[in-house]
Design a protein around this ligand. Structure first.
Ligand code: SF4
Length: 275
């Protein structure tokens, strides 16, 4: 680890602490955070740290969330400017407790970030908003460059892994956002949860068929002992196979390797998807 990386990492951590902001990079202990922060990319988590859902693979706490912080959008924009970020990913827990699922909060954050001339891209990684057309419109009208929503796993494992979500709903959300033609559409899969390679290829083709431009595929690692157990470690050549198949199916930019996560090299993938 070179000294510059460490120093930059310390500075960024300090800004986040001062602004009272959360990043998925830190809370998920993402293995790529040094590289991403040094590349001027970070992922902010908005709308608190408590999720209204309880997916078996996720390390985020479930329960009754706090009311949204009305100043969060400006704080995210300020922090992005101080950190000299060029590309920002904004994600959140699922807020089924809010009438619009938090869609307007996302829109406010996108608009606040847009006031920062140094930014080349804003990506949102959102929940499914229970498929609400109104919520999807609210986010789309704020014009993020990339709309990301993770399918997470294959059809047969949805009920086990993310019981409050569904394969159909997630594909439908991606399809409707793709039909608008104003954003790059992105999704992500984890493998190692007990799926077969054929099921992964089926999911990849389903994502391509709804207009997905960018795909990430990574190895599932259990955050803690009580989370859903890892069923297999997928070998690098199989990740290559997923990548080749996704490109053949028409997905323009694909990151597929064991340590890939949703925001991995996000700015680069957006560029690749622009063609
Ligand atoms: S909805 Fe998202 S944040 Fe909530 S438990 Fe599931 S994966 Fe985690």
């Amino acid at each position: 680890m070179d000294l510059r990386t460490d120093q930059h990492y310390v500075e960024v951590s300090q800004v986040l602490r001062e602004k009272g902001l959360h990043t998925v990079c830190k809370s998920a202990k993402c293995p790529n955070r040094h590289a991403c922060w040094n590349a001027g990319t970070a992922t902010f988590m908005i709308l608190g740290e408590t999720c209204t859902r309880n997916c078996g693979f996720c390390g985020i706490q479930s329960g009754r969330p706090m009311a949204p912080d009305l100043h969060e959008a400006q704080r995210v924009a300020d922090a992005a400017a101080i950190m000299k970020l060029r590309y920002v990913v904004v994600t959140s827990v699922t807020r089924d407790d809010l009438p619009d699922g938090g869609a307007d909060h996302f829109a406010q954050v996108i608009r606040a970030l847009r006031t920062n001339p140094g930014l080349t891209g804003v990506e949102v990684l959102t929940p499914d908003f229970n498929g609400s057309e109104e919520s999807l419109s609210t986010v789309a009208e704020a014009r993020p460059d990339v709309f990301n929503h993770n399918l997470e796993t294959v059809r047969s494992l949805q009920q086990k892994i993310r019981p409050q979500a569904s394969y159909r709903c997630s594909l439908d959300v991606l399809s409707r956002m793709a039909q608008r033609g104003t954003m790059r559409i992105k999704s992500g899969l984890m493998v190692g949860l007990g799926e077969t390679d054929d099921e992964v290829l089926e999911a990849i083709h389903d994502l391509a068929s709804v207009g997905c431009h960018i795909l990430t595929v990574g190895q599932y690692l259990a955050p803690e002992r009580h989370h859903y157990p890892v069923q297999r470690y997928v070998s690098p050549d199989v990740f290559d196979l997923y990548r080749e198949e996704a490109l053949k199916a028409g997905i323009r930019a694909v990151a597929s390797a064991p340590l890939v996560r949703s925001s991995y090299r996000a700015a680069e993938l957006m560029k690749q998807a622009e063609g």
